[in-house]
Design a protein. Structure first.
Length: 402
């Protein structure tokens, strides 16, 4: 069987790199017998600090200097050189990049073997959302980073966007033809199948996310307060953010559930009646899949790829705005109808089992990558890229991409 070398811009074995998605995809490829190895091609800590120092000296501007340093020509060159050397030592017949801030070949030279890249969002999409340091970039810096990513993506034989939403940006923002795109989908970060859940109690609500602001934690709290005025028995379990201990009636601050505590995370999913993920920006939402796989309906803002996961009104709700009253109404609507809640949970679990999974993603990568360069890549059923404009995220002043 042909073998694929995994090249990751971060530790491919870590649950932190790309929120654990790189680890899961490489594990699935290994289970298929298609993986040669997966290696970290990112810069060492001293080298990373050096590139930041160079970027600060060059620009004399502190804002977003880590992001600018990561996408600087020097950092991309060093990462690419490391990836190229790994590829030269490997006997692999193809390479899969996780991260698009490097390419495993000399500048301007083609790769000796087909190279593909997996991604859940483009730089253009993240810049438009303006979250984190992306909102601190100037328009010219956004253009420069998008151009860097475009040059790397154009060198790939095939690209593996996770969703139609990401694929649309690759086509419309980057000019990548459809025949070079294979939409893979994704799976949960659980290492085992979940047991049967407990019956919904109609009162336990779950929120999972480290990034309190981007995940819209303040909105969740405000909406929960409003909903609890009508339903004082409601409970909110908050998992993830460190240092959050606001004294709030009905709220349990659980903290991070990593490592040995991951079993508790699974149990919390299985006990929850409703999952909230109204993120300001969410390229995909692995946590949404995890909740649904546990038979828990999910509520999210209608942004990013949420509509590709949640069937509005059937497996959860897609909110058109981020007003606390809108989210509170959704909470009360779901938790006040136990028959509907149970049916939605069962349907959510069935949808994840039928449509999603890292095993499916790995098979699509194997098929697409190992046929790369031999002609048009066959797109799996159900992954047709829609025509028309890409979904619009709110623009920040610094995020206009031409």
């Amino acid at each position: 069987m042909s073998k694929i070398l995994g090249l990751c811009s971060g530790d491919p074995t870590s649950r932190r790199s790309f929120s654990g998605s790189a680890r899961q995809l490489f594990l699935a490829l290994d289970e298929l017998g298609a993986l040669d190895d997966a290696v970290d091609v990112d810069l060492s800590r001293p080298m990373g600090l050096a590139t930041r120092a160079v970027e600060l000296a060059r620009s004399r501007r502190f804002a977003a200097h880590r992001l600018r340093a990561r996408w600087s020509p020097m950092a991309i060159h060093l990462r690419s050189r490391r990836a190229r050397r790994c590829l030269e030592r490997s006997g692999a017949e193809a390479a899969l990049m996780y991260g698009t801030d490097f390419f495993p070949a000399e500048e301007g030279a083609p790769s000796a073997i087909p190279v593909g890249a997996a991604l859940d969002a483009t730089f253009a999409q993240i810049a438009r959302a303006g979250e984190h340091d992306f909102g601190r970039l100037t328009p010219l810096e956004v253009e420069a980073c998008v151009a860097q990513q475009r040059r790397i993506l154009e060198r790939c034989a095939v690209l593996f966007p996770r969703t139609r939403w990401c694929a649309a940006s690759l086509e419309e923002d980057y000019g990548i033809p459809q025949e070079r795109l294979v939409i893979t989908g994704a799976g949960t970060n659980f290492d085992r199948a979940l047991p049967e859940r407990e019956p919904q109690d109609g009162r336990t609500i779950l929120f999972v996310g480290r990034d309190w602001q981007r995940k819209n934690g303040p909105l969740v709290l405000a909406a929960f307060r409003m909903a609890r005025r009508a339903r004082p028995d409601l409970r909110l379990e908050v998992i993830g953010p460190a240092g959050m201990k606001v004294d709030e009636p009905g709220v349990e601050w659980v903290g991070a559930l990593d490592g040995e505590r991951r079993g508790e995370l699974e149990r919390r999913y299985l006990k929850a009646s409703l999952f909230l993920c109204p993120s300001r920006f969410e390229p995909f939402g692995i946590a949404i899949l995890e909740a649904m796989s546990a038979g828990c309906p999910a509520v999210a803002l209608d942004r990013g790829a949420a509509r590709e996961i949640i069937d509005d009104g059937v497996t959860g709700s897609l909110l058109r705005d981020d007003e606390p009253s809108t989210l509170a109404e959704a909470i009360l609507a779901w938790t006040s109808d136990m028959d509907r809640l149970s049916a939605a949970g069962a349907q959510a679990k069935a949808v994840v089992e039928e449509r999603w999974g890292w095993d499916r993603a790995a098979r699509r990568v194997e098929e697409g990558l190992l046929s790369g360069g031999t002609g048009p890549v066959l797109r799996p059923r159900g992954t047709r890229i829609r025509r028309g404009p890409a979904p619009v995220e709110p623009l920040t002043p610094a995020a206009r991409v031409h």
